[in-house]
Design a protein around this ligand. Structure first.
Ligand code: BG6
Ligand code: MG
Length: 215
């Protein structure tokens, strides 16, 4: 059960929660994996959600049974990100997921602090392209953390930057790694998407629009 009255801060994941970019990560990883001779499935992709770029590559190489040198890995990471950036070049406010803008506005009205807690190093550009960067009191992204979700670092840093106790923070996440990270941070967490991929969430809803009336 979520007690909405006690929440002082909401920490949003980005890809697949606020913005419809998870599909582009999938497409870019799919292209890279196929080039390596590995047949990359949507089931594989679920395990990459919320996970950093380098850890995602390490997983794909493991599944493919491949070993690469550090410089080969760097080339592969650069290639994946180049394809991803090409895919999101035309990103606009139209790519905001259902309820994103409404929920951000509502939280602002209610004086609830807002942070980003994302693994992505591309987060700032995405927030700018979709026109929502101004809603955030703190931005913690892939450039600000050492440890990938399910480690709680990204969310603990978000709470610290906002000056809010972890118990008063609510995390919104579409990835199992993110749900686990929020739990490890001692925060309440709502899963966005399908419950089968979001075990341990306090609640799972289809999209952010379901939460607008709760605050
Ligand atoms: C997460 C995505 O938000 O960011 C992952 O769920 C992605 O799929 C990770 O790999 C890192 O993103 P980027 O933009 O730094 O490659
Ligand atoms: Mg996500």
């Amino acid at each position: 059960m979520i007690n909405y009255n006690t929440i002082k801060a909401v920490i949003f994941d980005l890809d697949g929660v606020l913005v419809d970019t998870a599909i582009y990560h999938f497409q870019a990883w799919h292209r890279l994996a196929e080039g390596l001779g590995y047949s990359f499935s949507i089931v594989d992709n679920e395990q990459l959600k919320g996970v950093s770029r380098i850890e995602s590559l390490e997983l794909i190489l493991k599944w493919a049974g491949l070993e690469k040198s550090e410089s080969e890995k760097e080339d592969l990471l650069r290639q994946k990100n180049q394809w991803y950036l090409e895919l999101i070049e035309q990103l606009s406010p139209a790519h905001l997921l259902s309820g994103s803008l409404e929920l951000l506005k509502k939280l602002r009205e209610k004086g609830i602090k807002i942070a980003l807690g994302s693994a992505s190093k591309n987060a700032l550009g995405i927030l700018q392209k979709t026109g929502i960067v101004g809603y955030f009191d703190a931005l913690i992204d892939g450039n600000a953390v050492q440890l990938s979700k399910p480690n709680p670092e990204v969310f603990l840093k978000g709470a610290e930057a906002l000056g809010i106790a972890t118990a008063d923070c609510l995390v919104l996440e579409d990835a199992q790694a993110g749900i686990d990270a929020a739990r490890a941070a001692g925060m309440q967490v709502i899963g966005i998407g399908q419950a089968e991929h979001l075990k341990g969430a306090d609640l799972v809803v289809a999209d952010l629009g379901c939460l607008v009336g709760k605050f």
